[in-house]
Design a protein around this ligand. Sequence first.
Ligand SMILES: Nc1nc2c(ncn2[C@@H]2O[C@H](COP(=O)(O)OP(=O)(O)OP(=O)(O)O)[C@@H](O)[C@H]2O)c(=O)[nH]1
Ligand SMILES: [Mg+2]
Length: 357
Amino acid sequence: MPTSLRACVLTPSGRGAVATIRVDGDLSRLDAAKFFQPRNGGPLSDQELDAILFGHWRSRRTDTTDSGISEDVVLIRTSPDIVEIHCHGGHAAVQRIVDDLELVEARIVPASEAEYVGRSSIAMACERVLLRATTRKTASFLLSQTRLWTAEATAWPALDEAARERRIAEIAGWERFARRLTAPWTVVLCGRPNVGKSSLMNAIAGFARSIVHDSPGTTRDVVTLETAIDGWPVRLSDTAGLRDTADPLESEGVRRTQSAVSGADLVIGVFDLSRPPEPADRELLAELPETALCIGNKADLPPLWPESELRRLLPVSARTGDGLRELLSRIGAALVPELPPADLPLPILAAWRDWVS
Ligand SMILES: Nc1nc2c(ncn2[C@@H]2O[C@H](COP(=O)(O)OP(=O)(O)OP(=O)(O)O)[C@@H](O)[C@H]2O)c(=O)[nH]1
Ligand SMILES: [Mg+2]
């Protein structure tokens, strides 16, 4: 049984309702300092494992205005010498407890300290990546990585060279997917002026993110929005309408559109169904990447595109919302056409090759 104490703030800095501080070592030192008064009265070192203990944490510092402050906390003794303290997530509340722990000479260690309480460095790294998930769906993939990578590292020594190479190739094949579990996919709306790109952006967002106006050339810059489509995190960009223009401001906007299009995971070409196609529409259709989704907006109005060309366009109305559900599900399918096998660890960090070498 260790005689010293070690403490680590597990929750990342930033906004949060609840923070967690893990303390390991000789828990009787916490009892002696009388920081925690559980409602059931017993000393911490006698509490049942995994029981949820409500109580107060009373600060013992005498050198600050916080001395004697008491606040509600929840403690869980997860093993004979480990306790988790769950307190208010604000910086001051966490710091007060950390200061108290220093009073009893707990060594405060960063969450990144590799072998912290027996966690392997792989497990620690996977758990830190999990903190960056922004949707439930991506979190569920990241959540299983600790188990999958730990199993992979355990099984690795028994694999022969050929099997290792096959496995590395298999994992590497999911690099693009894995990268997008912590950073959003980029989706760009582009098209000629006035076709309704900004209206579509707002219809997807559910609020007026972009300015909509009936004069062509309204949007001059790239306007972005972070959202989730089909459970995947997406950075959606509305762009300036594509046309030849002598206006230097608008032509800078067009240049930015082209740059956004070239770096996007998915391009959505927007066309106006209510006006007959012009040569510039056909040129744009031909220039768009093969993977682009092409949509015919203003489907609430009578379509003026010939039947043969209409087939390439998904009809949508930003005004009425018709076709939007189908559009969102097509975006989801285009971004993630296939899911990785459930038992395959994913290359969620650039250093993943080191974990099995
Ligand atoms: N009937 C109808 N009108 C629409 C629809 N979507 C957009 N509009 C109208 O079309 C006009 C242009 O819409 P915007 O969303 O500003 O078009 P844009 O493509 O962003 O235009 P620029 O920023 O100039 O490139 C506005 O008057 C909108 O109200 C639609 O689905 N149906
Ligand atoms: Mg616009």
